[in-house]
Write a protein that binds this ligand. Sequence first.
Ligand code: PGA
Length: 252
Amino acid sequence: MQKLLVANWKMYKTREQAESWARSMIQALPPQGLSGRSVLVFPPATAIAAVAQVFSGHPSLSVGGQNFYPGTEGAFTGEISVEMLRDAGAQWVLAGHSERRHIMGEADALVAQKVLFALEHGLRVMLCIGETLEEREAGKLTEVLERQLGAVFSAAGKLDAASLAGRFAVAYEPVWAIGTGKVAGTAEVAEAHAVVRRLLESFAGESRIPVLYGGSVKPANAGAIVHLDNVDGLLVGGASLDPQSFLQIVSA
Ligand code: PGA
């Protein structure tokens, strides 16, 4: 399976900064394009169109939205729709990121609703799941991952392998490793990814849904993680902001 290297910029970068980052990426690409790898960037909503424009014509580079409201249009002040994201050039959207779960208070049911809505309206979805330190220490890793994935799959009886092919990915991001500099060890990543893979097989009958790791990925640890069994890519926050650091991760 191709490895997917993902940059999540969170609430960073103006349009100009985003465009300059995207140009650095294009300039660093080998003339034949990336081999066995693809890059996906989640800019803030205001910079999606700028990045999509720079990336156009490069099939291994794509853009996504970090968030949206699950409705077609209407009186939802401050929100952005799937159609608007697509119009700006987004092909993907994030759902269930731990910052949205824990800072914005998005519960499993809303995350599930967003996943289904985006899939039904033509965006690919990267669903983020992961346990807090407290949950891990209480031995609840499997229980939490099963609850978070189960919420999505039970809300949508019809989400099976065929309907998800190429349109759905899962990012395992232990909450205690996001933005903390504390990366999960390779044994911890391997263990959690095996659990996610087993759960996806039982929920969707699918073993080929990409499962990415995220949480304090840096150039120094990317290689050890991305080559593990059951790791199909990396979701990178802080270390994706600098193009040179992200490029090192892309080629790790
Ligand atoms: P981080 O963020 O790489 O800064 O830990 C990862 C993420 O939030 O997706």
